[in-house]
Design a protein around this ligand. Structure first.
Ligand SMILES: [Zn+2]
Length: 289
């Protein structure tokens, strides 16, 4: 098993009560670190690419890297376009080899969200590509997605069931109070809502904005059994902090004039791998391959 769509992966996770981590990568080094962690942990994994990352590297190289690395790792790896809001980008990802895509119509009214999501889901499914939709509106800032507090809309559980039926999405991202970015101030999650969503749905549920959550909140979400949880902000921090660590480390070693990007990238790789491995243990996906 190697490069797969996320359909079976997430159904299995829901049935066996563990979570598949979805980690946002920004380049080869971060992708390789995530897959290496999954390989060591014998865990299924989802690599996420934002629209920005896709535009930075183009449509050809990312699926090639993902297929090559996952083939070598011999574990199920899926690659998803995260928060697809641009129809052209979504269609290109489907055609160029992403195994999963997310259609984010969450800023649109309910009926319009259904219309866009179903249209994309039909195209994707014909190519064997798995589809994630979003209902409700998740707060915070992530790349081109910026949702102010007053625009946050928690997911209506009954509507979630209707949305999935009418669009045919394979999984659904729901809003229960998690946010993209770092949490400032008190975290206020609606666990009753999540419990209700889990009770009346039978398809995989996705929680976004899982970076930087207090440990208790993270544990509680895991307890209710969504199938996929997204980690993005912490990966970005690990990436850039590794450069700081390298630059400051040179002073201690009295090699201040050294400029060795490969050493910095090795730190990026190691630090992301540690972070991802920890989440796999917390999510219970370790050893599931
Ligand atoms: Zn998200």
């Amino acid at each position: 098993m190697s490069y797969v769509n996320s359909k079976e992966m997430l159904i299995k996770a829901r049935k066996e009560k563990y979570i598949v981590g979805a980690f946002n990568i920004v380049d080869y080094t971060s992708m390789a670190a995530v897959i290496e962690a999954a390989k060591e942990k014998r865990s299924p994994v989802i690599i996420q690419t934002s629209q920005k990352t896709v535009l930075q590297f183009g449509y050809k190289i990312l699926p090639l890297m993902a297929k090559t690395l996952s083939g070598e790792a011999d574990i199920p790896v899926s690659m998803i376009l995260d928060h697809g809001t641009d129809i052209e980008i979504i269609k290109n990802c489907i055609n160029y080899g992403w195994s999963s895509i997310m259609v984010d119509g969450s800023s649109k009214p309910f009926e319009e969200n259904i219309k866009i999501t179903k249209m994309i889901a039909d195209i994707a499914h014909e190519k064997g590509v798995t589809v994630e939709g979003e209902l409700g509106h998740i707060g915070g800032i992530e790349e081109h997605i910026n949702v102010n507090e007053d625009k946050v809309l928690l997911t209506d559980p009954e509507k979630a069931v209707e949305f999935q039926k009418r669009t045919g999405v394979d999984s659904l991202a729901v809003a229960i109070g998690t946010k993209h970015g770092l949490y400032k101030g008190k975290v206020n999650l609606d666990f009753e809502r999540l419990a209700k969503i889990m009770e009346i749905t039978d398809f995989p549920i996705v929680i976004h904005g899982c970076s930087d959550l207090p440990e208790d909140d993270l544990k509680k979400i895991i307890f209710y059994g969504p199938s996929k949880m997204n980690i993005s902000t912490e990966i970005k921090h690990a990436y850039l902090d590794s450069f700081k660590e390298y630059l400051e480390g040179r002073q201690e070693k009295e090699t201040e004039t050294e400029y060795e990007p490969i050493k910095a990238l090795k730190l990026v790789f190691d630090n992301i791998k540690i972070l991802v491995s920890r989440y796999m243990d917390k999510f219970g996906s370790t050893g599931k391959v």
